[in-house]
Design a binder for this molecule. Structure first.
Ligand code: PDD
Length: 283
């Protein structure tokens, strides 16, 4: 099945889809993005992803490139054209093409809208869930606006590569006080020694994860003790369970942090129940 990409209003063969050399996304990472999960042909959490895109754009002085309804049509269309059953849709909006100058273009230019779709293997994902994944901790060297879903991801890229090199799935980013902020491309959670679900507050310079919010909504009123607060690496290593959330992995058990076993060293019952609950609600 030939793949297709969406670039500036046109569906193109994936291999020949190109962006301009002076696109501000390429030159300055002057662009924001969203990643949508597709599960059994359905796009998960479309509305909250579009709302976050709108917010990211507003924070960099931009509006949406088209209406939510029109963007939604294109997200669905890229799924159909790529015959995606399970996988991800990537959507990027840049400030557009303009002569290289750090300041915004003096006259408004058309935003660039780029979309790609990629399939994922549910069997492979199931294996990761069954085994759990390893994370390592690295210093968080990012900027002060991690709430904006910017494509300026160099610090995240370097952290993820450190994880890969160490044979781990994810890198947890740690602030100067020893608190875990989030993963390089995921939100971080623990089930504390006391049994509370703990995840950093979105007021503390992290990405407001759509999966994070979806999970919190799915379990509201179900008797969990939820603490939206920072947790340290030391606390994480003593936790009963740990897990990460993202559109690309839903709820995924973490079984080691810096090679320290979390709990029994196996995916925990709370994490697995939360995954089921999230998928029942959102998936
Ligand atoms: N990453 N934190 C960071 C830094 C992220 O990049 C992501 C998502 C998340 C989780 O957000 P959500 O639940 O909305 O996917 C948290 C995407 C999947 C990516 O960059 O590929």
């Amino acid at each position: 099945m030939p793949r297709e990409a969406f670039v500036d209003g046109r569906y193109l063969p994936f291999d020949s889809a190109k962006v301009h050399v002076e696109d501000r996304g390429l030159q300055f990472s002057d662009s924001v993005y969203e990643v949508f999960a597709v599960r059994e042909g359905r796009i998960l959490e479309m509305a909250p992803h579009l709302a976050r895109l709108k917010r990211s754009l507003a924070e960099i002085g931009q509006g949406m490139p088209m209406s939510d309804a029109a963007l939604g049509v294109h997200v669905r269309e890229i799924v159909l054209r790529n015959r995606l059953a399970d996988g991800l849709v990537y959507l990027q909006v840049t400030r557009g093409v303009s002569k290289r100058d750090h300041a915004f273009p003096a006259t408004a230019v058309r935003q660039s809208v780029i979309m790609t779709a990629r399939s994922a293997d549910p069997a492979k994902a199931a294996k990761s869930v069954a085994a759990g994944v390893a994370v390592i901790c690295v210093p968080d060297i990012r900027w002060g606006r991690c709430d904006i879903k910017s494509t300026a991801l160099l610090a995240n890229v370097l952290a993820k590569q450190q994880a890969r090199t160490a044979g781990a799935y994810e890198a947890w980013l740690v602030d100067e006080s020893g608190f875990v902020t989030e993963g390089s491309s995921t939100n971080a959670w623990i089930v504390s020694e006391a049994g509370a679900l703990v995840t950093r507050s979105i007021r503390d310079n992290i990405l407001p994860g759509v999966t994070r919010a979806g999970l919190l909504a799915a379990i509201a009123g179900e008797g969990y003790t939820v603490e939206e607060r920072s947790f340290s690496v030391v606390e994480a290593k003593k936790a009963r369970e740990a897990f990460i959330t993202a559109a690309s992995s839903f709820v995924l058990p973490v079984v080691t942090v810096d090679s320290t076993k979390i709990g029994t060293g196996r995916p925990g019952p709370v994490t697995l129940a939360l995954r089921e609950r999230y998928l029942a609600e959102a998936g």
